[in-house]
Ligand binder design. Structure first.
Ligand code: GKR
Ligand code: MG
Length: 434
């Protein structure tokens, strides 16, 4: 048998709770802590690869039996991960057909949940394989076509603190941002701290006129810089068209203004502002309808939903074939995922839009050294694997928080529940909200 040293001998799963600021979105507000799952695969050859994915209970339910099946497989057998994940789900009937996992990930089919789980294992296997071969992950994926990956600042309406009575971590001086001046001040901090040159604003929080004013203020403060607005499908087709008409001269694109392919297609047919999505095209099955209807001009991959780095490259190839651009969006994540995003983005030709990352909002990480943004870019490392290492003390501390009974309610991300701490009558708004 080939590749004995690549055989997996042990898999470790560590759920953690990571500090998250009170960032507002159309469903509510981020909880003080967000669950993530750290995946480690150790090989007979003595290397350990690391990956990261969503950490809510529904993901853990699948990740545990999948982890149990991996010893004996090789870290190079990444195709096998998908077969094993299917078997785990079918044999154990671990997930319902559709589950609302919250945090704007919406209702996830069993298939999407499975892919998100597999992504954490796939990244860990590629990290281990790279380390075993002495190659960076980008080389395992075919080699980089750029030396640095550009990211956009990810601006959020934000409270200064989590609602009373909730524990929270230091705010790193971000403060509140609840109007155009606050958003511009936040953007300036992003530019000063990380050198970002393009800006995405999370919308769907305030009535559209207020968000239009915020984008206008950004355009004035940062003339000529690429700007995006993403209300996560909170607007009707008519509202989306009004926003597109008012901001068409300054927007790089509108991201998911309306919910679902039919509504996006209607908007796209009546505006020249490009539309991007991480909500209506999240699986290969959703591509034919969306592309046939011309609903989107930019698909934003999340390598977790899409099932990892190799499938992200497959998505990019499909998009290229149809003349649709590809880039990446993010959800709350740690440095392992930032390294994974950077390694795969380095290999995708024609990445013309900066990816977005929540990472600057994370004051905590599990790495010995945090990846850095310089001039808004993350350098593509050439060290073997992902180029990042776990700090065991940090992992242990964030895992201890996950184990702590006082934090149990936060093991599931629920932005509406977090909002109810401030506003007990809050329910997730019906769509379209405006
Ligand atoms: O973190 O509030 C958030 C975001 O809204 C996130 O949940 C979205 O998935 O950032 C994502 C997006 O681009 O839609
Ligand atoms: Mg989005």
């Amino acid at each position: 048998m080939y590749g004995q040293s690549l055989v997996i001998t042990d898999v470790r799963l560590t759920p953690v709770l990571v500090a998250d600021p009170p960032l507002l979105n159309t469903q509510g507000v981020h909880q003080p802590y967000t669950p993530r799952l750290i995946v480690e695969v150790a090989t007979a050859g003595g290397v350990t690869g690391i990956g990261e994915t969503y950490g809510d209970g529904k993901y853990l339910e699948l990740a545990r039996p999948l982890a149990a099946r991996l010893p004996g497989c090789r870290v190079s057998d990444v195709n096998r991960l998908f077969t094993l994940a299917d078997e785990v789900a079918v044999d154990a009937a671990r997930v319902d057909d559709a589950v609302d996992v919250g945090g704007l990930r919406g209702v996830q089919s069993a298939d999407k949940l499975r892919l998100s789980v597999v992504s954490g294992f796939e990244v860990a296997c590629l990290d281990a394989l790279g380390k075993a071969l002495g190659l960076p992950v980008h080389a395992v994926l075919g080699g980089k076509v750029r030396d640095a990956v550009e990211y956009s600042a990810y601006l959020f309406y934000k409270w200064a603190e989590h609602p009373a009575g909730r524990a929270s971590e230091p705010d790193d001086g971000w403060g509140a941002a609840l109007d155009p001046a606050g958003i511009v001040a936040q953007a300036r901090l992003f530019a000063e701290r990380h050198g970002f040159g393009s800006f995405k604003l999370k919308g769907g929080v305030f009535p559209p006129d207020e968000e239009i004013a915020a984008i206008r203020a950004l355009a004035e403060a940062f003339p000529g810089r690429p700007l995006r607005l993403d209300p996560n499908g909170a607007w009707s087709v008519e509202t989306s068209l009004k926003v597109a008409a008012e901001l068409g001269d300054v927007l790089e694109y509108l991201e998911d203004p309306a919910l679902g392919t039919p509504a996006m297609a209607e908007v796209a047919a009546r505006t020249s502002v490009p539309l991007a999505t991480n909500m209506c095209v999240t699986t290969f099955q959703e591509i034919p309808e969306a592309f046939a209807k011309g609903a989107v001009q930019v698909v934003l991959s999340d390598h977790h939903y899409w099932g990892g780095l190799r499938r992200t490259r497959e998505l990019a190839a499909v998009c290229r074939t149809f003349g649709v651009a590809v880039s990446m969006h993010s959800n709350t994540h740690l440095g392992i995922s930032l390294a994974a995003m950077t390694q795969v983005a380095a290999t995708v030709p024609g990445l013309d839009h900066a990816c977005d990352s929540h990472y600057p909002w994370q004051s905590e990480d599990v790495l010995t050294s945090r990846p850095r943004f310089t001039g808004g870019k993350v350098a593509v490392t050439d060290t073997p694997g992902l180029g990042v290492e776990l700090d065991r003390d940090k992992v242990a501390a964030l895992h201890a928080r996950w184990l702590d009974e006082d934090f149990r309610a936060l093991r599931e991300r629920d932005d509406a529940a977090a909002m109810r701490v401030a506003d007990p009558g809050w329910t997730t708004p019906a769509v379209p909200r405006w």
